[in-house]
Design a protein around this ligand. Structure first.
Ligand code: ADP
Ligand code: MG
Length: 329
């Protein structure tokens, strides 16, 4: 069956039937706008991401359920990076004529699976035809008490630079997907990242991070955003970046990718944050509770600039290109 057989309103009805409102939804899908409430005293956090076929995803690399999950995950990661609690999602899609209903139905299933897992209600969106390519725009609303919201701008001299989970896996996955030869476990983190929502909120509740960001552009670029916002510098030990067993087994230590992927690979969706050294133990406990880990990779300095060094102290100065949609590279 094609989307055109069901029609826009038939399709929206299907989405409505499948979705379950969690709490705080006074009016969900079906009217001109949704009506929702947030917890009294909390601030509303809003984030939006646009995923474009051929730029952010390829339909021959990902099954629709996984693509649906990732569409929400990348937004969940942004709310997590503020220390926020995700609440409501809006899903807008533009679909080429002739797209199968099976594909779209599975895509919605994946999206709703992830929504339910993180207690998010799908409260609306928009559906349009597309002249070419599949477009997915997700807006996610979250909440948090204003004094718990973690910005990019609070890093202090002497703070430790920490990262959750492991780095480099997503870049490795993307590289292998392009090569066409890979195992499922090598590409899973690229296609189906785990947003660190539980860790982000726990850290915020305990007021542990002085600054935080999620790694979507790559460690080098995203730490650069923290440093710029905080008007500080950092020293990073490149041998302290946490690596997964899959990564170690897939990339030779002699390959330039061994450092390049963890330092500049995008779409990791791990949390990068800074904290006072006295809070490290609390952060480690929070990470264990949230089912992940925290690694210290360096230190914030008063002097500006990002200095990368090996364990022996020698400086590391490879070209680290971060992905820029409009750069001529
Ligand atoms: P309008 O013409 O006022 O924009 P629509 O017919 O586009 O209304 O949408 C009807 C209802 O369905 C609205 O509540 C809207 O938020 C919801 N909706 C439309 N597309 C989607 C979608 N892809 N996912 C979730 N809800 C959707
Ligand atoms: Mg509409």
């Amino acid at each position: 069956m094609k989307l055109s057989d069901l029609g826009e309103f038939g399709f929206i009805n299907k989405i409505r039937e499948k979705s379950h409102d969690i709490s705080g939804v006074m009016l969900g899908i079906g009217d001109d706008a949704a009506a929702t409430s947030i917890t009294p005293g909390m601030a509303l956090l809003s984030t939006s991401d646009l995923l474009t076929e051929g730029v952010h995803f390829r339909l021959d690399w990902s099954d629709p359920v996984t693509l649906g999950r990732k569409s929400l995950s990348v937004n969940l990661s942004d709310i997590a990076a503020m220390g926020g609690i995700p609440r409501y999602a809006l899903l807008s899609i533009a679909v080429p004529a002739g797209f199968s209903m099976e594909f779209l139905s599975s895509f919605i299933d994946g999206f709703l699976q992830q929504a339910e897992k993180y207690s998010v209600s799908l409260i609306g969106g928009d559906t349009s035809a597309s002249a070419s390519g599949f477009f997915i725009s997700v807006t996610l609303l979250g909440e948090q008490y204003p004094d718990r919201i973690v910005r990019r701008s609070g890093a202090c001299n002497g703070d430790l630079v920490c990262v959750s989970g492991t780095l480099g896996d997503s870049a490795l996955g993307l590289d292998l997907l392009k090569s066409g030869s890979y195992s499922k476990e090598q590409v899973i983190k690229h296609l189906d990242p785990t947003p660190r929502v539980e860790l982000g909120t726990l850290l915020a509740e305990l007021k542990i991070p002085t600054s935080m960001i999620d790694i979507s552009d790559g460690l080098h670029a995203d730490l650069g955003h923290i440093l710029k916002a905080s008007a500080k510098g950092a020293k990073i030990c490149i041998d302290n970046t946490p690596l997964s067993d899959i990564f170690r087994n897939s990339v030779s230590k002699n390959s330039p990718d061994y450092y390049r992927f963890p330092l500049s690979g995008g779409e990791e969706y791990e949390l990068l944050f800074t904290l006072h050294p006295s809070r490290l133990k609390d952060a480690e406990e929070a990470a264990a509770k949230a089912g992940t880990s925290v690694s210290v990779i360096g230190e914030i300095t008063e002097e500006s600039g990002l200095f990368l060094a090996s364990a022996d102290g020698s400086s590391y100065s490879a070209e680290l290109n971060c992905y820029d949609h409009f750069a001529l590279n």
